[in-house]
Design a protein around this ligand. Structure first.
Ligand code: F6P
Length: 319
């Protein structure tokens, strides 16, 4: 291979830039040209790309998001769109791709692999819902963002004897809500994977109020419903005055943590090396500190193991 491409696709996250920079410099160091496609699969379909030397990826390691930008493309989800993408990739002379993104992006990567394009995927999603990796890119930074915000909210909550329902991201996943509940000492996590017992939630919060505690924090994953609705339902039963904060896309941005810079750099390096060594159709992930490659076929049909034990821990610590 003489020329490879890099794509960041789906929801952006902190650490993507570290992976782009590392894959680029690894390939350049092996004498291979690198192009970056702009705006995910949309850019691939349009052939919108830039030539990337070492200088093009300088100054991005500490920045959140992805300097290549990202997008979701409906056309790429169709068979005709994917065939068009393959034609564009070939026109540009790109012989293989490193694709950085979440579950939808990795499904796209597998589709390209099946159409004969050599690909290696890198898991990137703050939801941490991608199997065969302990952590995806962006998760650690997002959790640090959430912890910072919840600590701030707790200060003001304590000054007013208030309960806050704080909505965090996670369309189908309660990972962020569960982990942030443990790390912030929140009283309750409401997640899509477990049905919430509202009567028990109200009892627990009322008990806290009667004990004279000064605040209560409920962390709720967006996929478990609307924070406003929960707040409205519980507000007359818990004693505390109730407020809602939706953290939204704040969670996804910001300077990547040490951990995201490190795994971005390691995953980008191994992805480029594997691609150039002739590996195809795999995703690199972190398994107990080691970088391992798993066939995309297995990744897209598997579900990440639910964190029952950790949800239980959040419940024990929240009393
Ligand atoms: O998949 C990651 C994620 O951050 C989800 O938790 C969230 O629901 C979604 O992306 C938001 O997507 P968008 O940026 O398109 O609104």
């Amino acid at each position: 291979m003489k020329r490879i491409g890099i794509v960041t696709s789906g929801g952006d996250c902190s650490g993507m830039n570290a992976a782009i920079r590392s894959a680029t410099r690894t390939a350049l160091g092996m004498g291979v040209q690198v192009v970056g496609f702009r705006k995910g699969y949309l850019g691939v379909l349009k052939g919108d790309h830039l030539e990337m030397g070492s200088k093009e990826v300088a100054g991005i390691l500490h920045r959140g998001g992805t300097f290549l930008q990202s997008a979701r493309s409906d056309e790429f989800r169709t068979e005709a769109g994917r065939e068009k993408a393959v034609r564009r990739i070939r026109e540009i002379g790109v012989e293989g791709l490193v694709i950085i993104g979440g579950d939808g992006s990795l499904k796209g990567a597998l589709a390209l692999h099946r159409l004969g394009v050599p690909v290696i995927g890198i898991p990137a999603s703050i939801d941490n819902d991608i199997p065969f990796t302990d952590m995806a890119l962006g998760v650690d930074t997002a959790l640090n963002n959430i912890i910072y915000a919840v600590d701030c909210i707790k200060d003001t909550a304590s000054s007013h004897d208030r309960a806050f329902v704080i909505e965090v991201m996670g369309r189908n996943s309660g990972y962020l809500a569960t982990m942030a509940a443990i790390a912030t000492g929140a009283e309750y996590a409401i997640i899509p994977e477990v049905e919430v017992d509202l009567a028990e939630l109200c009892n627990q919060l009322r008990h806290r109020y009667e004990e004279g505690r000064s605040n209560a924090i409920i962390l709720m994953a967006e996929g478990a419903g609307k924070a406003e609705n929960i707040a409205e339902t519980i507000k007359d039963a818990i004693g505390f005055e109730t407020r809602v904060t939706v953290l939204g896309h704040y969670q996804r941005g910001g300077a990547p943590s040490y951990f995201d810079r490190m795994i971005g750099s390691r995953l980008g390096n191994v992805a480029a090396k594997l691609l150039l060594a002739g590996e195809r159709g795999k995703m690199v992930g972190l398994n107990c500190s080691e970088i391992v490659a798993t066939p995309l076929e297995s990744v897209v049909v598997s579900e990440k193991r639910q964190q029952d034990e950790l949800f239980g821990l959040a419940a024990i610590l929240g009393v």
